[in-house]
Design a protein around this ligand. Structure first.
Ligand code: AMP
Length: 397
């Protein structure tokens, strides 16, 4: 059987990120981003091998963008597309694994939109458009939440009245599941440990950030909750705050709930603390030039991350290693070392040379000899989505 190609699609409210993954090839055959969809500045950028291309889409919506990009994908796949894997942010408590798309599954994703009002409708636009254009192809939804459905009740329940859970789905779900699964499996492969007898702490640090405790291949706890706002300090998200902050801001400033949510999701985190940027690279540069607010933002980020990792350790029977991933985790040696300085009781110690070397896609063990293992592992959510898509197709065959 010749190796198979899967188109992986990640739709935002005004964007489509795509990659054509070949099961035997580490490089994507084609990848790209259509953005500013629905506006006169809509644009499609794609990369084919080393060549970069741009096409103006002039007011294109998601469907028009698909009509433009799918022939490019067809060509790159030489007409051999096995399936399409769609990233869906919220699967609620219904989906514990990837699911082949049909009307029933689409209806459940739509009903979970109440839990992810910004993300799920965008994902559905992509699903509907791709199913219209490829009605005969098996297409698969892969959920950010599914990996965390193995969490025990003591980790996923909030201490609020039970009917809010039973009647209104108020519980912790967790996100970034695709990434936590991918890097924890990669860690087992790198260290020669069996997935089913291994325990990891994972820090996924990108624009969104979360920690996870992965034991024997299953998520037992994670820092995000009902929504991706809970937990760590992120690019523009506050992470944990006192739940009474909403009340306080409403009373003292007269803000309504939309305003408060917008401030906590779009104007907080690294951006809010630094007043400068949501981008860790920019903050590290500013801090090195003496910017005190950038320095404070990095300090708060690292301390809160260390506290979260220490908390996650409660779910582990043993520690086989701590994994850093995501744009910050994979590149920011300063964040890695500062975070571990706050975890003295864990006896972590970094090999500084190895720590500096692991950037820009370089994976490796960065711990000093005879200290707990610390790994840097580039995540690859597209490949994980393709792997899950093909596994589902194989199971159905
Ligand atoms: P992601 O969402 O995974 O693409 O991660 C985005 C974050 O990674 C941003 O905060 C970037 O500043 C950060 N990042 C990317 N490269 C570097 C780098 N070389 N050093 C520090 N942070 C980086």
């Amino acid at each position: 059987m010749s190796s198979r190609n899967v188109l992986v699609i990640n739709c935002g409210s005004s964007s489509i990120k795509f990659a054509l993954v070949n099961e035997d090839n580490d490089e994507f055959l084609i990848q790209g981003l259509a953005e500013r969809l629905g506006s006169s500045e809509a644009v499609l950028n794609w990369q084919l091998g080393d060549e970069k291309h741009v096409a103006q889409l002039h007011g294109a919506d998601h469907k028009a963008a698909f009509e433009r990009l799918l022939p490019l994908v067809q060509k790159a796949s030489h007409g051999k597309l096995t399936s399409i894997g769609h990233r869906v942010v919220h699967g609620g408590a219904h989906f514990t694994a990837a699911s082949a798309l049909n009307r029933e599954v689409i209806d459940v994703i739509r009903s979970a939109a109440v839990l992810a009002p910004l993300h799920n409708p965008a994902g559905l636009i992509g699903i509907e458009a791709a199913m219209t254009l490829y009605p005969d192809l098996t297409q698969v939804a892969v959920f950010d939440t599914a990996f965390h459905q193995t969490m025990p009740a003591h980790a996923y329940r909030y201490a609020v009245p039970e009917h809010l859970y039973t009647d209104h789905h108020v519980r912790r779900y967790g996100f970034h599941g695709t990434s936590h699964m991918f890097v924890s499996r990669r860690a087992a492969a790198m260290t020669g440990l069996p997935v089913e007898d291994s325990s990891w702490l994972v820090a996924h640090l990108g624009n969104g950030c979360s920690t996870c405790a992965v034991v024997n291949g299953e998520s037992l706890d994670t820092s995000m909750g009902l929504t991706p706002l809970e937990g760590l300090v992120m690019g523009t998200r506050s992470g944990d705050v006192d739940p009474s902050l909403h009340n306080y801001l409403s009373r003292t400033l007269g803000w309504d709930i939309q305003r408060i949510e917008s401030v906590l999701t779009k104007e907080s985190g690294l951006l809010g603390l630094s007043g400068l940027s949501n981008d860790m690279r920019t903050l590290i540069e500013a801090s090195q030039k003496g910017d005190e607010r950038a320095t404070l933002a990095i300090e708060v980020f690292c301390y809160r991350l260390a506290k979260s990792l220490a908390g996650m350790a409660c779910a582990l029977p043993k520690l086989d290693g701590l994994i850093f991933t995501g744009g910050i985790g994979e590149n920011a040696s300063l964040v890695r070392s500062k975070t571990l300085e706050h975890m003295r009781l864990f006896n972590f110690k970094l090999d500084e040379e190895a720590n500096l070397k692991c950037t820009r896609g370089v994976a490796g063990n960065i711990s000093a000899e005879n200290h707990p293992r610390v790994l840097v592992i580039p995540t690859n959510e597209e490949r994980q989505i393709a792997v899950e898509t093909l596994a589902l197709i194989d199971a159905k065959a």
